[in-house]
Design a protein around this ligand. Structure first.
Ligand code: NAD
Length: 323
């Protein structure tokens, strides 16, 4: 898809959504930024950017969704809205079902009714459940162990049915643990970076040897845009990650290397638990061979470069006077 199109982004005011909106604007596309609530930051951006329009729409409300598609007539959709995270979705499972599954079906149905074909769904490695090998590709069984993974997999499968029965092109970009500046969740590496920048030692008790693919936010956004741009897809799913899985201890070490005097340590007193509570699925690295071959995807940030970019941006934000 050439630049200069109109792309509707759901979850546009969220962390990844707003990075995707900015990347689309930067290359000359027009954007309909749809979210359940328009954030002050997105409203400010829209006030000075004529190619950006905001739309306050609840994806769980069918009539609102249909009206948005009838009004804006986008060329394609990037679907990033969701109740995100293992802990969050487990805490509000019915809401996660409503947003992640019913919301996706409302979206596909509105696309079908308005004759729109292409949607890039920002999906997750949580759809795989326990990784059965240190590096897994897109054909790995999808047996999610969390409410979050289950709802995201349901959205993927609905997309397959709509693609088969109604000619939609629902493409799933499965990314892994995304990190970068302003991560909205209190999890590592944010906890590590913020403690180190405050000059405080930080010790995490569990999960030192837990290995997981960690993707810098700009690489995930780039992968999503490559999937959007590909003229013809032979596959409906791509792993967009780095292809390697640093342990949490490696990640702590990357912070220690980047900030002189930092003392971030991770122990091995138990397996990794999300939020210290919910046992994580077994993770590892995502094989990105398909994304490289089919989309020309190449991650630009390894863990050290990504941590350093995160630190640089976090430093800037911490030095700004709070308003
Ligand atoms: N952050 C990660 O590590 C990660 C990893 C893999 C996949 N993902 C996927 O990326 C996408 C974005 O994640 P994020 O980290 O930016 O999360 P986020 O919570 O920052 O963004 C989600 C956005 O969805 C919006 N939303 C929620 N309910 C809605 C509704 N009913 N109608 C319209 N909008 C609604 C929220 O307001 C929010 O702005 C999600 O689909 C998530 O599953 C994220």
């Amino acid at each position: 898809m050439a630049n200069g199109k109109t792309i509707l982004v759901t979850g546009a005011c969220g962390w990844l959504g707003s990075a995707i909106v900015q990347a689309l604007l930067d290359r000359g596309d027009s954007v309909i930024a749809l979210d359940v609530m328009v954030s002050p930051a997105m409203a400010t951006l829209a006030a000075r950017e004529p190619r950006l329009v905001t739309a306050a729409v609840d994806l769980g409300e069918w009539h609102q969704v249909l009206r948005a598609f009838e009004t804006y007539r986008p060329d394609a959709v990037i679907h990033a809205a969701a109740i995100v995270g293992v802990i969050q979705a487990a805490d509000i499972p019915l809401k996660a079902l409503r947003v992640n599954v019913e919301g996706a079906v409302n979206l596909f149905e509105a696309m079908r009714m308005t004759g729109l074909k292409r949607v890039i769904h920002v999906s997750t490695e949580e759809t795989y459940g326990d990784f059965q090998a240190p590096v897994i590709d897109e054909d790995h069984p999808q047996q999610p162990t969390s409410v979050y993974g289950l709802t995201k997999l349901a959205a993927e499968h609905y997309g397959r049915v709509y693609s088969r029965d109604h000619g939609l092109e629902c493409i799933n970009v499965r990314t892994c643990w995304v990190y970068g500046p302003h991560l909205p969740r209190l999890r590592m590496p944010r906890t590590f970076v913020e403690a180190a920048l405050r000059g405080e030692p930080y010790h995490q008790e569990d999960g030192g040897a837990f290995a997981v693919d960690q993707v810098y936010i700009a690489d995930t956004a780039a992968g999503v845009l490559l999937a959007l741009d590909k003229a013809q897809h032979r596959f409906d799913a791509y792993n967009i990650a780095t292809g390697v899985a640093p342990t949490l201890r490696d990640t702590a070490e990357a912070v220690n290397r980047a900030i002189p005097g930092a003392k971030i340590t991770v122990g091995d007193s138990g397996p990794y638990r999300h939020g210290g509570k919910v046992l994580s699925a077994v993770k590892g690295a995502l094989d990105i061979g398909r994304a490289k071959a089919e989309l020309g995807y190449q991650p630009r940030f390894d863990i050290q470069a990504g941590i350093e970019a995160t630190i640089a941006e976090t430093r800037k934000a911490m030095s700004k006077p709070s308003s």
